[in-house]
Design a protein around this ligand. Structure first.
Ligand code: MSP
Length: 649
């Protein structure tokens, strides 16, 4: 621990499946974790905030196959590509300290060692798996756990599965895990404890199938080829491999393990509160101090999901309302442990009420009055009026303690309520003191200065405590108060600003939104685009003889690589496998229709006996077939099962 720090604090989000673009529900877990991490840093802790992606499993393997790319190319695009996971966290101002990808080499090697350690200590053994498997959830279920024969998590169909597999002796740890859940604060909220104990432990914990042979996209069991490690073992241990457990990549295990808290959504509580501690017990490792299972952000009462087509796009919302407003809304509107129904109306009314009316108005009115009545600086000569000041001053002085009490229990909504009680009280204080009346006489100027000082000090403390929720806004508030102190120590004290504080004017922090107009605009954005106008058909060409057609060699080719040709806006250079063993180069004028990376791995058709032609100084040996109608052009892509070199006949 560093000498100046209050201590170390290790917090994690779940690692995300990069199977689709993330939606606002995903952002919920991460915004909450970010807020907690920023709060702990503000308090003076040395924080490690880990997030990442959970990239193995059959679902990803299948999706990659459908997209015609390798699983690694598929996940790379969703994690690192434009609009992908990392981009979203950048947009949402997520201050993670470390990002783990379960395909990172150090993690893969660590997981192999961990699996072997549990095999060597006898907690993993080889057996035969017979049961039900839910592919989308990557979960095995016993008949007793199914709900009406369906997966209890997603409600989808399950498949019969029978194969040789490795098992983890979960049953051996049933009593210890039950004791952990019932007799400690390991799992919160408390209601989730009953759910786990009654639904999973009491009916009898069975040993867990922890390897698969039906697909290959996973961490290979190094001592038994053909088996890959169950994704949840691979995923859960990320919390430790990312600190350096069983690898030399990092050396932070001693400093940060056990984790202070894992924030996770409610549907993955079972994995984190039963399987995770049991595996740690098997390896005699310290358990995380807490697992907090938060609720879901619902849409129309149900879970958001790509398959239901009802996902809400965080890019659209943050572009229209600002990132801070969106972050604030997520934590202000619903208790963290419970589900909450998302709606555009609720989002807009929260912004209008709390941010535009209460906070925004308080800041702009106060700063505008300070500037209007006194110019840049307040005068140092000020007169107190205990009758009018005491309540506000004592509320502000006591705010940090109340806020802290709530934040320590992950009660974000309550912590914000405390702040907004003070903001409302300050707005009332303006009306009670009527600065515009005081301003009329010179004699009242010292009193007017004190009123404005008290308001500026209130804004400082409230703004400072809002930093973890709305970092940019808090920074802006600090600027308006002439670069005021907003460190943790100063937020527990009233009277930190110098009496002659300088203020800086600026635009409204949160302009009021016209609810009706905005709802209509959002509605229009979510509607499918109008049908495209009919595209013109090309003129038919003159008839040709069959012999003429026979002269053309059309060959199936696979794209090995594709890149833009330097100094050309039009040309893409393809390196193709045409089945001959020698790569073929073809240049094609389609750069405005495709990004080169999206074509790698695709199966196309080329005319391969066309005389070679030089373009931009490079030789093109053939032509790729594409289909054109009006201004639309698409390459002709064929089934990936067709081998390179197959001839079109
Ligand atoms: N890969 C696993 C986690 C492994 S952790 C060792 C996983 N990934 S996920 O991408 O499906 O979900 C990541 C997080 O997003 C989960 O905590 C999940 O609960 C959360 N959410 C996904 N949709 C959500 C809502 N609609 N509302 C709130 N959180 C939700 O699970």
């Amino acid at each position: 621990m560093c000498e100046k720090c209050k201590g170390n604090f290790y917090i994690t989000t779940p690692i995300y499946y990069p199977s689709d673009k993330l939606h606002i529900g995903h952002a919920y877990s991460t915004v909450a974790t970010d807020t907690m991490a920023r709060y702990k840093r503000l308090q003076g802790y040395d924080v490690m905030f880990l997030t990442g992606t959970d990239e193995h499993g059959q679902k990803i393997e299948d999706k990659a196959k459908n997209a015609g790319v390798t699983p690694k190319q598929f996940v790379d695009n969703i994690v690192e590509g434009e609009g992908g996971v990392k981009d979203l966290w950048k947009l949402m101002n997520i201050s993670y300290d470390r990002f783990i990808r379960t395909t990172d080499d150090y993690h893969v090697a660590s997981i192999q060692k961990i699996f072997k350690m549990m095999y060597d200590n006898g907690d993993i053994y080889k057996g035969k798996y017979v049961g039900k498997y839910c592919k989308p959830c990557e979960s095995f279920w016993t008949d007793a756990q199914l709900v009406d024969g369906m997966c209890p998590d997603c409600g989808g169909e399950v498949q019969e599965a029978e194969e040789e597999a490795y098992f983890f002796r979960l049953s051996k740890y049933a009593d210890r895990v039950q004791d952990l859940l019932e007799n400690t604060d390991f799992l919160e909220p408390r209601s989730r404890v009953n759910e786990m104990v009654n639904n999973f432990i009491k009916p009898g914990l069975e040993d867990l199938c922890v390897s698969r042979t039906s697909f290959t996209w996973g961490v290979p069991v190094d001592f038994d080829p053909g088996h890959v490690v169950y994704v949840w073992i691979d995923a859960l241990f990320n919390y430790m491999t990312a600190l350096g457990f069983q690898n030399d990549r990092y050396q932070d295990l001693e400093k940060f393990w056990p984790a202070d808290v894992h924030f996770i959504g409610k549907e993955i509580v079972r994995f984190h509160s039963i399987i995770w501690p049991a595996m740690l017990m098997s390896l005699n490792l310290p358990l995380p101090k807490k697992v907090f299972g938060h609720g879901w952000l619902l849409l129309d009462g149900g879970k958001m999901s790509k398959s239901k087509g009802n996902v809400v796009d965080p890019y659209v919302l943050s572009q229209r309302f600002g990132v801070d407003a969106l972050r604030f809304f997520l934590l202000r509107s619903f208790p963290f442990g419970s589900d909450g129904n998302f709606s555009n109306e609720l989002l807009i009314s929260t912004i209008n009420t709390d941010l535009a009316n209460d906070l925004g108005n308080l800041v702009s009115r106060t700063v505008a009055m300070a500037q209007k009545y006194f110019g840049e600086k307040l005068p140092a000569e000020q007169t107190e009026n205990p009758e009018l000041d005491t309540e506000l001053v004592s509320m502000v002085s006591g705010l940090r303690a109340k806020y802290e009490e709530q934040m320590e229990h992950y009660a974000f909504q309550n912590a914000l309520s405390e702040v907004f009680k003070v903001i409302s009280r300050a707005n009332k204080y303006i009306d009670e003191n009527a600065p515009w009346v005081l301003a009329k006489s010179e004699e009242n100027k010292p009193r007017l200065a004190r009123v404005l000082y008290n308001l500026l000090e209130t804004i400082r403390v409230c703004g400072g405590l809002l930093t973890p929720f709305m970092p940019q806004t808090a920074g802006e508030i600090g600027k308006r108060l002439g670069g005021a102190r907003m460190d943790w120590e100063s937020l527990g004290v009233f009277g930190v600003l110098p009496a002659d504080v300088a203020t800086v004017n600026g635009p409204a922090l949160f302009p009021r939104i016209d609810m009706e107009k905005e709802l209509a605009a959002l509605e229009a954005l979510s509607k499918p685009k109008k049908a495209e106008p009919e595209l013109p058909l090309a003129e038919p060409k003159a008839e040709i003889a069959f012999d003429d057609f026979e002269k053309v060699d059309m060959t199936v080719v696979k794209v090995l690589s594709c890149e833009k040709v330097k100094k050309s806006d039009k040309l893409l250079k393809f390196t193709l496998d045409d089945g001959t063993g020698t790569p073929r180069t073809i240049l094609s004028g389609i750069a405005k229709y495709y990004q080169p990376e999206e074509l790698v791995g695709k199966t196309l058709v080329a005319v391969t006996n066309l005389a070679p032609r030089k373009m931009m100084g490079q030789l093109s040996c053939g032509m790729l077939l594409s289909a054109e109608r009006g201004d639309k052009l698409n390459l002709v892509m064929v089934d990936d099962k067709i081998p390179a070199g197959a001839r079109l006949v």
